[in-house]
Each structure stands twice: as structure tokens, then as C-alpha cells.
Design a protein around this ligand. Structure first.
Ligand code: 13P
Ligand code: SF4
Length: 367
């Protein structure tokens, strides 16, 4: 979903980097009792240095919810993360995104209209008698509207660290599972749970019944929406092979948004927090090839000079939409706050928020 970002004004763009960073530091100090700056691991170091809280998408939203004395939560991440923070925030708190174009293309691949249409088609051919016959599970990388759709039908959110547990819970209900929007996280979790490839179907957007026959859908246990992360798709099985040839003792660790071919060759896979923890606890001299966004890999490199850390792919893999949040946007946001003007607030309608909260709470109950 592309929101319209207001023009900052030419004066901001003529500022030098050092001046921008100094002015952010001053504004942050001036506003310190009223603001909390949250930063996802994929933000550049120029943004990350100003963070009061850092973490993966869910940790940030939960940590922010535990802090009630700051009115403005400045979320340096992408739109769906800011929405989750707004759902979990207290009533008096406002969530602000430095640049409104900071979205997640994968989250936008499952619109609520397309998902509703898929459910209608499944009902029309008798795969479901009622909507609750298929348990919806959505990755946290999804809009609040999708989380609400899932909450309304008794499903659950999952994250990159608890996808297997949530999928196991959904399968234990004895019904089929519809997993949105990331095909790859869904496939990796299904494989880890021992679900056979034949029981996992892909739902192709824009095709009748997702490009499947009624018989195929009847036999399926899990149906995966065909969303993907364009950043994590750039890691390939060949990259793993090449590192293993070059450095036989290298450990390969991968984010589960990567394709199953890559994940199945890795030594470990996990969320951004899990990757950080694995590298941190490894002994000095360890060698790592990491399959996730470049800003995080470069930060790990700087934080662990005693270890050899590489990006798994030879070319830069950057989340360019998250990178829309530049220091100049943060400065503009803070300058406006100092002038009493609230910009770029992300709000979720109360009716959507309460249903979305149900699917988030369901996940917390499972995990
Ligand atoms: P994490 O929850 O692991 O931080 O992942 C979020 C994300 O968008 C990864 O691409
Ligand atoms: Fe979305 Fe991929 Fe960016 Fe994560 S890295 S926010 S999944 S586009």
C-alpha cells in the first residue's frame, strides 16, 4: 500500500549528513521525555544509532507496548510493523513512520480483497462448508486488515521465529490451513514439521482456485499464498555451495523467508533475532555466511571483529523500502514534533485493530 509522503522542503535536502545527524541528536535530547525511537535490524547504522529499542518486528511492537510514558513511538521499520505497534500501543500513544513509502512489498502481496475472494472460491467448490473450515495463519508481515481477517476466523499470526509452533497448532485443529502471505516461510515450517510436499499446495494469485484442481485442494493439508520477499529471494543454492567449497568450515545461517532449496542446505535458519544470537554465542574465529538483509550483516561484522562474517550472496541484498527511512526524514519528523505538529501517524481503525489483536493474542497464547 503506497501512502503519499509529504514533501519535506528543499532546505532539508541541502543539509550535509553530519549536520543532519547532529540535529537529530539535539532534537532527540530535547524531546526525550515524550518520544521513543524504535529501529528494526535492517535499518542503516545512521538510523540505528538513534534507537532506544531495537529488535525484530514483533519484539519491537511488544517492547514498545510495555513503555507507557512516551506519547510518540517513532517506528523506523516498515508500515506493517508500525501498524502492529499501533494495535498493541496504549490509547494515548501515537505511532509515527519517518517515511510513508517504507512498506513491505511482500505484505502488500496479500490484499484482504484477494484473500476474501480466495475463501469465496473455496466455499463455492465445496472445499469448505463454512469459512472456519480452513484455519488462516498469517505471517506478521501482513496488513492489519489481513490480521483482522485471520482473527475473525479463529486463526493466528506467526513470526519468523515461531512459524513452526503456530503451524503445528493450526494443523492440530484437524482442518486445512491457509498460510499468508509468504510461501517460503510457510514451506520451510511445513517441511520442518514433516508435512509431505504433496500435501502442500501453492495458491497463485489471479488464477481460478489459485491454479489448482478441486481434487488437489481436497488432498492438501496446507495452502500457501504465493507471496515472497524480493530481498531474500536473491539468496540461491549456488551461493551456499560456493561458500562451502571456498571455506569448508563456514556455517551458513539463513532467514526463513529464503526459498526452501536454500534453507534446506543451511546449517541453521531463524529470525533476525535468532541470527544475531547464533553469531553472538559462537566462539572467536567462527566463520559465517549469512542469508539476510545487508545492513544487519554489516552490523554483525562490525560488532564481531573476532569472527569472519560474510553476506551469503555476492551482490548487495537491501530492503530498499525500509531504507526509505533516511536520517533526513527522521529529522523532519522530530522538527515537526518540536513545533507541535504530528506527521506520518500510522493508525489502525478500532474495528480492524480489535480483530487483528485477536490474531496476535492467539499467537502469544500458542507460544
Ligand atoms: P524479522 O521478524 O525476523 O525481523 O523479519 C522481518 C522481516 O521483514 C524480514 O524480512
Ligand atoms: Fe518486507 Fe522483505 Fe523488506 Fe522484510 S526484507 S520488510 S519481508 S521486503
Amino acid at each position: 500500500m503506497l501512502l503519499q509522503q509529504q514533501d519535506l522542503g528543499a532546505a532539508y535536502y541541502s543539509l550535509q549528513r553530519e549536520e543532519i545527524l547532529e540535529r537529530i541528536a539535539r532534537r532527540k535530547n530535547e524531546l526525550r521525555d515524550n518520544i521513543l525511537i524504535l529501529c528494526h535490524h535492517y535499518q542503516s547504522q545512521d538510523m540505528f544509532q538513534f534507537a532506544d529499542l531495537t529488535g525484530d518486528s514483533l519484539k519491537l511492537a511488544r517492547d514498545a507496548a510495555a513503555i507507557s510514558d512516551r506519547e510518540f513511538l517513532i517506528f523506523c521499520g516498515v508500515h506493517f510493523m508500525a501498524e502492529s505497534a499501533d494495535i498493541l500501543a496504549r490509547e494515548h500513544q501515537k505511532v509515527l513512520l519517518p517515511h510513508l513509502h517504507a512498506g513491505c512489498p511482500m505484505a502488500d502481496m496479500a490484499t484482504v480483497g484477494a484473500v476474501e475472494q480466495a475463501y469465496k472460491e473455496l466455499l463455492s467448490v465445496g472445499i469448505m462448508e463454512e469459512e472456519t473450515d480452513m484455519v488462516p495463519v498469517t505471517y506478521v508481515n501482513s496488513s492489519a486488515a489481513i490480521k483482522a481477517f485471520v482473527g475473525e476466523r479463529g486463526g493466528s499470526v506467526c513470526t519468523s521465529s515461531n512459524g513452526e509452533k503456530v503451524l503445528a497448532w493450526a494443523l492440530n485443529k484437524g482442518k486445512k490451513v491457509f498460510f499468508f502471505p509468504d510461501e517460503h516461510l510457510g514451506r520451510n515450517c511445513a517441511s520442518a514439521l514433516g508435512v509431505s510436499e504433496q500435501e502442500v499446495l501453492l495458491w497463485r494469485r489471479g488464477e481460478r482456485l489459485g491454479g489448482n484442481s478441486v481434487e488437489q485442494l481436497q488432498q492438501a493439508k496446507i495452502v500457501l499464498w504465493d507471496g515472497y520477499c524480493e530481498v531474500h529471494m536473491r539468496f540461491l543454492p549456488d551461493h551456499v555451495r560456493q561458500w562451502r567449497l571456498r571455506e569448508p568450515e563456514i556455517q551458513v545461517i539463513i532467514h526463513p523467508e529464503c526459498s526452501h532449496d536454500v534453507v534446506s542446505m543451511a546449517d541453521q535458519y531463524g529470525s533476525t533475532e535468532a541470527i544475531i544470537a547464533a553469531v553472538a554465542k559462537s566462539p572467536a574465529g567462527s566463520k559465517w555466511a549469512i542469508g539476510t538483509e545487508i545492513n544487519l550483516v554489516q552490523r554483525l561484522k562490525r560488532q564481531h571483529p573476532d569472527k569472519e562474517i560474510h553476506l551469503l550472496a555476492p551482490t548487495s541484498c537491501q530492503c530498499t523500502t525500509m531504507d526509505c527511512n533516511q536520517p533526513v526524514n527522521l529529522l523532519w519528523l522530530l522538527d515537526n514534533l518540536a513545533a507541535g505538529k504530528v506527521k506520518n501517524q500510522i493508525t489502525v481503525e478500532p474495528a480492524i485493530a480489535s480483530l487483528a489483536a485477536k490474531s496476535l493474542e492467539q499467537m502469544l497464547a500458542i507460544c
